[in-house]
Design a protein around this ligand. Structure first.
Ligand SMILES: Cc1cc2nc3c(=O)[nH]c(=O)nc-3n(C[C@H](O)[C@H](O)[C@H](O)COP(=O)(O)O)c2cc1C
Length: 282
């Protein structure tokens, strides 16, 4: 069973690893699919996804002893789904002392482009980090402030490229731990291309229009990024004892494209009923 408390801790300590020790890692030597090993929750269960691990000797890869490749059917929302699944794999591996770095620029070629009839969407490097320092403080994350990401009513932020703070930003006191988990989520070139509108226990995730040239020439990455942010939301909400469900029926607004609504509710609990003590005991 997934230990969401451990995964939530990993959210705040993890950082991308680009230098690895050349030691073998048992779990990465296995042919088992990490999605099954870790019982990873998908965003869209109908989309077939597989994970394959390559050792350095099997594939051209100077960066790391292992390369984890994510394969998927190409269907609506498959990129968000890969980000959502992949980030859970990242957190699981981190909690076992294994470092990773999403590697959007790595392109698998030839026979490695496909696996089990699925297309390679993205890969990540993996292995034991050379430097095992972890993040310890929110300030260690070079990220946008909460008020640039979360809003509790319309209108959402202007996305004209200028940094703005909004009066209707959600008070950080409300569910701030979940919002913080979304805030620190990694993204390609650290662009954080999402914003979230919050109304009661519903959080609508939007992709803002692409800003710079890099975002325009790598359109897929933005969709993977928002899936990663949603994974952080789900993990932290589960650790808080909230039940998370998704709703993809949103509508686009001028400033952004709706990706998913996430409803985070307290789980229903059996009320504890204490029967009256019979009077002959009193
Ligand atoms: C979808 C995605 C693709 C990425 N691609 C690359 C890459 O090609 N090369 C690289 O060095 N880092 C890559 N990164 C790592 C980001 O640069 C990194 O996550 C971001 O700067 C935040 O830093 P952190 O992960 O240490 O918190 C990628 C990250 C994501 C989420």
């Amino acid at each position: 069973m997934t230990d969401y408390h451990t995964l939530a801790e990993a959210i705040y300590k993890r950082k991308s690893v680009r230098q690895y020790s050349d030691v073998s890692v048992e779990i990465l030597e296995s042919d088992d699919d990490l999605i099954e090993t870790f019982e990873v929750r998908p965003l869209i269960p109908e989309i077939r996804v597989k994970v394959k691990i390559f050792r350095r000797s099997e594939i051209k890869n100077k960066r790391s002893p292992y390369l984890i490749a994510f394969y998927s059917e190409e269907k609506p929302m498959h990129l968000e789904n890969i980000g959502f699944i992949g980030q859970q794999v990242v957190l699981e591996l981190f909690s076992r002392g294994i470092g990773t770095c999403w590697w959007g620029l790595k392109k698998l070629k030839g026979e490695f482009k496909k696996h089990a009839g699925l297309h390679c969407i993205i890969a990540m490097s993996a292995g034991i980090p050379q430097d095992t320092t972890e993040r310890v403080h929110p300030g260690d994350f070079p990220r946008k402030a909460l008020k640039e990401i979360f809003y509790d009513s319309s209108p959402p932020p202007d996305t004209d490229g200028k940094k703005k703070e909004f009066e209707n930003a959600v008070s950080p006191a409300v569910n701030d731990v979940i919002m913080e988990a979304v805030r620190v989520a990694p993204s390609a070139i650290n662009y954080q291309p999402w914003f979230v509108l919050k109304i009661d226990d519903r959080y609508d995730f939007y992709l803002r229009p692409p800003k710079g040239l890099v975002e325009r020439i790598m359109p897929d990455m933005r969709h993977i990024d928002i899936g990663i942010a949603m994974a952080h939301f789900m993990v932290q909400a589960q650790a808080e004892g909230l039940e998370v469900s998704f709703d993809f029926m949103g509508r686009d607004i001028r400033q952004g494209r709706h990706i998913a609504g996430i409803i985070a509710k307290l789980q229903w609990q059996m009320p504890i009923i204490i029967p009256p003590i019979p009077h002959f005991f009193t």
